[in-house]
Each structure stands twice: as structure tokens, then as C-alpha cells.
Design a protein around this ligand. Sequence first.
Ligand SMILES: NC(=O)c1ccc[n+]([C@@H]2O[C@H](COP(=O)([O-])OP(=O)(O)OC[C@H]3O[C@@H](n4cnc5c(N)ncnc54)[C@H](OP(=O)(O)O)[C@@H]3O)[C@@H](O)[C@H]2O)c1
Length: 340
Amino acid sequence: MKRWIVKAGTTSLEGLTEQEAARPEPGRGEVRIKVHAVSLNARDQLLISGAYGVPNGDFIAIADGAGEIDALGSGVDGWSIGDRVTGLYFRDWHDGPPAQDQGWGLGSDGQDGMLAEYVILKADRIAAMPKSLSFEEAACLPCAALTAWTALNGDRPYRRPIGAADKVLVTGTGAVSLFALLFAKARGAAVVATTSQEEKGRQVLELGALDTVNYKQIPNWGEIAAERTGGFDRVVNAAGSAAIDQSIAAIAPGGDIALMGLYDHAATPPNFVGLMMKGGSIRGTAVGSAMAFADMAAFIDEHGIKPPIARIFEMAETKAAYQFAASGEPFGKVVIRVAG
Ligand SMILES: NC(=O)c1ccc[n+]([C@@H]2O[C@H](COP(=O)([O-])OP(=O)(O)OC[C@H]3O[C@@H](n4cnc5c(N)ncnc54)[C@H](OP(=O)(O)O)[C@@H]3O)[C@@H](O)[C@H]2O)c1
């Protein structure tokens, strides 16, 4: 079978290599998945650049994928051959807040990912796909969509799930922000998006955003967005800590900032006084648990949500898919089809 490996020592796309390998056999408590599609996330670029540490060993690339179970190891309960599943990003996180040792997720040093014709996963590292989605669509969910779900709702038990009366600001039009927009809209919330690109601003309005603000042209984008709307109950900060002060400026009293972005890092401390005076909070967000994924999958089916896909590549075009994903051009997820 074919698979794509990030080689030990990789610090650029050069280290991403196609290989032939024997089809793996599941051991006790494991399942084998015939992979149909995977999708790229910002972290897959960080992993080949060495930003998450230069890998000590080879690993199969890419965290997010979907396929069908085609073999069961001994001692596996609750799953059957033919079940349509995705991988789960983090290991050993069933419910509640994050588990202590999560590592960097599937498709990182020491944890094989999904870009292979067949992969082996522990039976508790998979989730049922939403019934309404194709494999290509479901492959978009494990990292970006679940991060958006957790950003809006928090970890289970949800103390303050997103509601119809909420106003939400999403930063940029990357995958996390687009999923947050779709989920918040489905709950009836009003959503404003920042973007650096006029065309993406138009596309995000078509997806249901109320308004857009250009964060490159308007340095005080958070303040301006708050002036226009009266302030936000939630900010999904998928930009980074450099966007914290404008996130604080954007929230209404009691507002909540979910921080997961890793693009721009702040050179100075955040405006903590501003945060205090609004009684606001900043909440670190790291993907989500298996149970949160199940809630999200049911919500996607219930509301007919379709993951936005920018382009689908074939497995042989993997390097081109990485380059396209890193170009700043895509609106939506970049998917690689693995099997017909
Ligand atoms: N903590 C976690 O668990 C977690 C999980 C998922 C993602 N992340 C991180 O969250 C971020 C977003 O992930 P993603 O999957 O949405 O990435 P993505 O799809 O690659 O997002 C790309 C978009 O992000 C926007 N962007 C880039 N720099 C920005 C900035 N300085 N300010 C505002 N927007 C900016 C741009 O939007 P425009 O083109 O509209 O300007 C760009 O097109 C990444 O840093 C990723 O590593 C963290």
C-alpha cells in the first residue's frame, strides 16, 4: 500500500516522502481503517517546518482523515467492519477537560497519522462520522471543526453553550473560523468575521456572516467591530496572542475569548486591565474530546452543515496540496483523496 511519511529530521516539504509499505494488521484493541480522504490543517505545515520540534523518527503524515473499518483486532467491542469513521486528534481524551499527556496529536513525531491507504488506530481513537457527510467532508472535522465546536461551547459539561442571543467575532477566514461561523449560525447567533482579503470577505458573507472587518487595513478591528455591534459574547481568536488586545476590545462585558491561534505572537503583555474591567475571560482551546466530537457530529447531521472545501487533490499530488494550503489562497479545507 502507499503512504506518505514525514522523515526524521524534516524541516521542509523535502522531508515529505511517498513510500510503499506492507498493509498493516490490527493488534488487540485496534482497528484497521481503509482511508478514503484526509485534510490538511495549519499544524501539518508546522510539523514539516520543524516548528513543533524536528522529528526524531519517521511518522505517517496528517492528523485528519476518514474511512471505513476493514479489519478488527481481538477484543474490540462496539465497532464493526464497514463502519464509517474518522480518527480522533488526541489520544486518551474521552470527555471533560483535556487529558494530561496529549502529545501533538495524530500525524506527529511518535504518532502515525492518516495519509496511508490503510492505517491502524486504537478502537478508542476513532469516532463515527456524521451520517450526512461524504468521506471527503468528514475528513475535514477532527481538528478544525472540533476546535471550533470547543471554542464556542467550552469543554463538556457545557456550562455556557453558544445560543441564539450571542454575538460572535471570528478572526480570519481559516478553517476553524469558518466552522465556528457555521456552528454559531446554526444556533441562531450573529457572526462577524475579520479577513485580510476582499474576496474572502464576500464569500464569508455568503456563508451567513453579518459583517466583515479587514484586520490588515483596520488595526483596531476589534474596537471597530464592537462599535458596530455593541460588543461580542464570544471571540474565536484563531489568529494568535498578537490579536488578544483587539479581542479584549471586541468583547462585551462578561465576554469570552477562545484562544487557539498560533499565527502571530504578542511582543508585549495583553491588556489585562481592559479584560478585568469587562469581567471577560480568555480560555485556551485545544481541539476537543471524543464525546464532544460525538455531540458535534450529531449537530452537523441535525443542521445539515457541510464543511467548506476549497479543493480536493489526489494522493499523488500531496506536495502540491501542502503548497496550496500554505499559500493563503484557500477558502475552506484542502482535502487529499486516498481511495476511490
Ligand atoms: N489550539 C488548537 O487546538 C488549534 C486547533 C486548530 C488550529 N489551531 C491554530 O489556529 C489557527 C487557525 O487554524 P486554521 O485551521 O483555521 O488555519 P488556516 O485554515 O490555515 O487559516 C488560514 C487563515 O487564517 C487567517 N489568518 C492568518 N494570520 C492571521 C492573523 N494574524 N490575524 C487574523 N487572521 C489570520 C487568514 O484569514 P484571511 O485570509 O481571511 O485573512 C488565513 O487565510 C492556526 O494558527 C492553527 O495552528 C490551533
